[in-house]
Design a binder for this molecule. Structure first.
Ligand code: CUA
Length: 164
């Protein structure tokens, strides 16, 4: 049976496209692609975060004073809250201090963004995201999850209170 030349060309193009897609996924899921994810804050077991037995400050997350005007804030993101941060448990830091946020997830990918600042990171289970900032202006800053994380994603938020 004779196959038309155009049909062969399109068949070849379609196969190339499929091979290209598979190669893209393979590239993203092993080796180099995984290395592109920011785990500068280190790695951690999401299951241990969920169970609260990491033997790190994430077991009792909150604000830790680490030096003169230096604070580290450990935050656990989970469906659908930040601990601390959400509800009647805002993150409280003093104005003018150097604040490092260390954020991890107990379940799925979340976002961590403090409104009106350049604090903005993904929160990936198994990894710790680290961002540093200094709040010069006292006030209440909104905190939002900006990665879709489930049915109540739009309710996932909180606040950072910068006290004078
Ligand atoms: Cu957490 Cu969206």
């Amino acid at each position: 049976m004779q196959v038309h030349r155009f049909e062969k060309v399109w068949l070849g193009a379609a196969i190339l496209l499929i091979v290209g897609f598979i190669a893209t996924i393979a590239y993203g899921s092993v080796g180099v692609g995984v290395g592109m994810v920011d785990d500068s804050g280190g790695q951690i077991s999401a299951e241990e975060v969920q169970n609260g037995n990491t033997d790190t400050p994430f077991d009792d997350p909150g604000v830790v004073k680490t030096g003169d005007d230096k604070y580290t804030v450990y935050v656990v993101a989970r469906q659908f809250q930040f601990v601390p941060g959400s509800g009647d448990n805002p993150i409280q830091v003093p104005a003018g201090a150097n604040v490092t946020f260390r954020v991890t997830s107990a379940d799925v990918v979340h976002g961590f963004s403090v409104v009106e600042t350049n604090i903005n990171t993904m929160v990936i289970p198994g990894q710790v995201s680290e961002v540093s900032a200094r709040f010069n202006e006292p006030g209440t800053y909104g905190l939002i999850c900006h990665e879709y994380c489930g049915a109540a994603h739009h309710t996932m938020g909180g606040s950072v209170e910068v006290v004078p």
